[in-house]
Design a protein around this ligand. Structure first.
Ligand SMILES: [Zn+2]
Length: 450
């Protein structure tokens, strides 16, 4: 929300007042009263109710019920739904408990509560923050969310999974994917006329539109056997001349290079550390940002993965998203940090949760109801604009290849054109945005009294 806080306890005196009161006494002298859950939570009976422009998660089976009561303009507002617990359950991944995953730990999206309620494109946490801001905006000065009073933020990024085409695999893939196959195209693929080495296509397109992005490279080299039986890691070697050259290009042009940590990286802090230092040493850079290949973190204890990031000196991670559907997996489109329950403290690593991946619009489009990628992108952009949030986008380097990924680069061009129509957004590299958010948070904290 952008405002310092002070926690106070009821002094018992008659004129005691708090802006926000979190408790069961609805007679309390406060502007906003949030009534906590009183009973044990029944996750299986959890319901979603939309009222007065807000979404409420009914943990207690109260509905039908009037969750929001207002005693008139400028007077007390009582919310009989535990917004604090809702935010807690979203930002700790509690809503995902028990969700089935496949052999690569990819969630079964059909069973996910936010998907079932059609809320993947609604950042519930941000909607509560804006609602609370609206209550206090006449009496409290809020710190702007983004630099230069921009309305929303956009982070563009590219995972480097498969930038060197294995020709025979792609020739076979092309033959099976297409209804109408062109023999000339197959010959081009086999003769190396088609390429996944598309770095400069992205940097030129972005530079022409005055945009910056981040590229995530994997430091360890996988292979086909490992891919089939152990972990689906990329096959390239970042120490090769063409990778060193492209890394220089990215650095010189002001793009960020981050680590695309391997599939099992989060399972061993030492191996993870080796990946980071290998990439730093090879590219002669300091790396502050990470994204997990396959978004593969400890899904049940994401704060454990975040603690490893903190120990390794990362400023941010960008891995909290659902593979099979775009949107806000943790119900938030702002940067946030994890709380570690064992340490009983907040972790320092900023979460820049992606909300759109290229494959959401194509390979996984069967899981959504948008007629085309245009409506899909419009829906996400509309949400981020409305809730003054952050859109984190991930397009793989190879998908600029029109033969094997027809229309994919065009969907990115469409996104850029829609962004320029909106205007008024903050774009920088993920690393710089994380730095900005850290500074802003410290400023707010320094004026707060816990
Ligand atoms: Zn990847």
């Amino acid at each position: 929300m952008g405002v310092p806080w002070q926690f106070v306890s009821d002094s018992g005196t008659e004129d005691f007042y708090a802006d926000i009161y979190y408790g069961g006494d609805i007679e309390f002298n406060a502007r906003l009263i949030i009534v906590p859950c009183r009973f044990s939570v029944h996750w299986s009976r959890l319901q979603m109710i939309e009222q007065d422009g807000l979404v409420f998660l009914d943990f207690e089976g109260k509905s039908p019920y009037n969750f929001l009561k207002s005693e008139g303009i400028g007077s007390k507002i009582i919310i009989s739904c535990d917004l604090i617990f809702t935010v807690f359950s979203l930002l700790t991944g509690k809503l995902e408990q028990g969700l089935k995953k496949n052999r690569w730990d990819i969630h079964n999206i059909q069973d996910f509560a936010l998907y079932k309620w059609n809320l993947m494109h609604l950042p519930i946490v941000d909607s509560y923050a804006l609602f609370m801001k609206s209550i206090f905006q006449s009496s409290i000065q809020f710190l702007p969310k983004w630099p230069e009073n921009k309305r929303f933020a956009v982070i563009l990024s590219h995972d480097v999974d498969y930038p060197e085409m294995i020709r025979w695999i792609e020739a076979i893939r092309y033959s099976f994917q297409k209804r109408k196959i062109s023999l000339a195209k197959i010959r081009d693929i086999l003769h190396g006329e088609e390429s996944f080495w598309r770095f400069t296509n992205w940097t030129e397109l972005e530079t022409a539109n005055r945009l910056k992005s981040s590229f995530y490279f994997t430091a360890i080299k996988g292979n086909l056997l490992r891919y089939l039986f152990i972990a689906p890691d990329p096959f390239y070697n970042v120490g090769k001349y063409n990778f060193l050259t492209i890394a220089e290009h990215l650095k010189n042009e002001g793009f960020e290079i981050g680590l695309h940590s391997s599939f099992k990286a989060f399972q061993s802090e030492d191996k993870f550390r080796m990946e980071k230092s290998h990439l730093e040493h090879t590219f002669r850079i300091k790396i502050t940002g990470n994204r997990h290949h396959y978004w593969h973190i400890n899904h049940d204890r994401p704060f454990d993965t975040s603690l490893i990031h903190q120990n390794l000196g990362f400023i941010y991670d960008s891995s909290v998203v659902m593979e099979k559907h775009s949107g806000f997996r943790y119900g938030i489109c702002s940067p946030f940090t994890f709380f570690h329950p064992d340490l009983q403290s907040e972790l320092s690593v900023i979460q820049l949760a992606p909300s759109l991946m290229d494959d959401h619009l194509f390979g996984h489009s069967k899981h959504c109801s948008f007629p085309s990628y245009k409506e899909h992108i419009d829906s996400l952009l509309g949400a981020v604009h409305k809730y003054e949030g952050m859109l984190v986008v991930d397009y793989h380097v190879r998908v600029f290849n029109e033969t094997l990924f027809p229309g994919w680069a065009n969907s990115y061009r469409y996104l850029i054109s829609r962004l320029s129509e909106y205007g008024g957004f903050y774009n920088t590299t993920a690393s710089e945005l994380a730095d900005y958010w850290k500074t802003r948070s410290k400023l707010i904290e320094s004026q707060s009294i816990s």
